[in-house]
Design a protein around this ligand. Structure first.
Ligand code: YRO
Length: 310
């Protein structure tokens, strides 16, 4: 008997797979499809305080090796997702879910997190740090001074389990600097990685999405080596009580196995879920279990973080 169950903080999940924020999580109907699949949990589309339509279409495009998107944070607003999560706590008290959030300003982020703190929500909160900051400055996660100040302010009042969704970093010094900041705080998890920012896909002579003259976040096969590097770089550097969610380039059970070898406790599926639908959870879970059986591993803790070096 092989099991893919896992733990993050004090929460247990029957399966280590779930959706990545942004895919199959816009409304109740989509989230119910994830609940009714083999996934171990779900995360909501990143919610802002108010409902947002997002960018003009086309804003998502599939390619052979992945996808590009510039959705512009379309979501149904904080209250919609909170209401649904509170309802699920009553109907499915044994299961835990993730609430992804970000403010359009740091002030709005505090407003959202204070409301979560005051609410009865007892799941996990994921703060999307790929959020806009002051114009002329990079996204928050690429500005570690701002990240440290924001987290310091948050943990004054926020006492529930909190994690952060991170963009990929590409420099060893940035891994060192980012990990040093994250280790100062009682984070429950970090999630590596969001899409690789501001790529460009061209079809014949023309871009494939309308917003930002075609620039958008890249997901899918393109990102797996970057995602694995980020998961493992932080696994090597973070306090062991900060768990890691691995996201990026998971098409098969083998891809998930690699994320777990790098240190991931949970594995999210974005582009593949968008292409294949929620049936992807069963297929990828079965593929991972076959690989675990072949290798004699009974649980993901038997090989998590045990990447071998030459
Ligand atoms: O465009 C999006 O809604 C989006 N797409 C991603 O690949 N990752 C994200 O985190 C988001 C939401 C945040 C932002 C990129 C719009 C600032």
């Amino acid at each position: 008997m092989v099991s893919t169950k896992t733990k993050i903080g004090n929460y247990e999940f029957e399966n280590c797979f779930m959706n990545a924020a942004g895919v199959c999580c816009y409304d109740r109907e989509e989230l119910e499809k994830v609940i009714n699949s083999d996934a171990g949990s779900f995360v909501t589309k990143t919610a802002t305080l108010n409902i947002r339509e997002g960018n003009p279409l086309p804003r998502y495009y599939d390619t052979d090796l992945g996808c590009i998107n510039s959705m512009g944070l379309p979501n149904l607003g904080f209250e919609y997702y909170l209401d649904y999560l509170l309802e699920l706590q009553k109907t499915m008290p044994k299961r835990a879910f993730f609430f992804s959030l970000v403010g359009l300003s740091q002030e709005e982020t505090h407003t959202l997190l204070k409301r979560v703190q005051e609410s009865d929500f007892n799941g996990l909160t994921e703060l999307n740090l790929s959020c806009p900051n002051v114009p002329g400055k990079p996204q928050i996660a690429y500005d570690l001074e701002t990240t440290e100040k924001l987290l310091a302010e948050i943990f004054v009042y926020f006492k529930k389990p909190l994690g952060i969704k991170l963009p990929p970093y590409f420099d060893m010094v940035h891994f060192d600097q980012a990990a040093a900041v994250f280790n100062k705080f009682p984070l429950t998890f970090i999630n590596c990685v969001n899409s690789i920012g501001n790529g460009l896909v061209i079809n014949d002579e023309t871009v494939v999405i309308k917003p930002k003259n075609g620039f958008g976040g890249i997901g899918g096969e393109y990102v797996k080596p970057t995602a694995l590097a980020n998961v493992h770089a932080f696994y090597q550097r973070l306090n062991s009580n900060i768990k890691i969610i691995g996201t990026g380039g998971v098409l098969t059970g083998r891809d998930a196995f690699e994320h777990i070898l790098c240190g991931a406790s949970m594995v999210q599926i974005g582009t593949t879920l968008h292409k294949e639908g929620p049936g992807a959870f069963r297929r990828i879970t079965e593929e991972l279990k076959v690989l675990m059986r072949e290798k004699g591993y009974k649980t993901i803790e038997d090989f998590r973080g045990k990447l071998k070096y030459l």
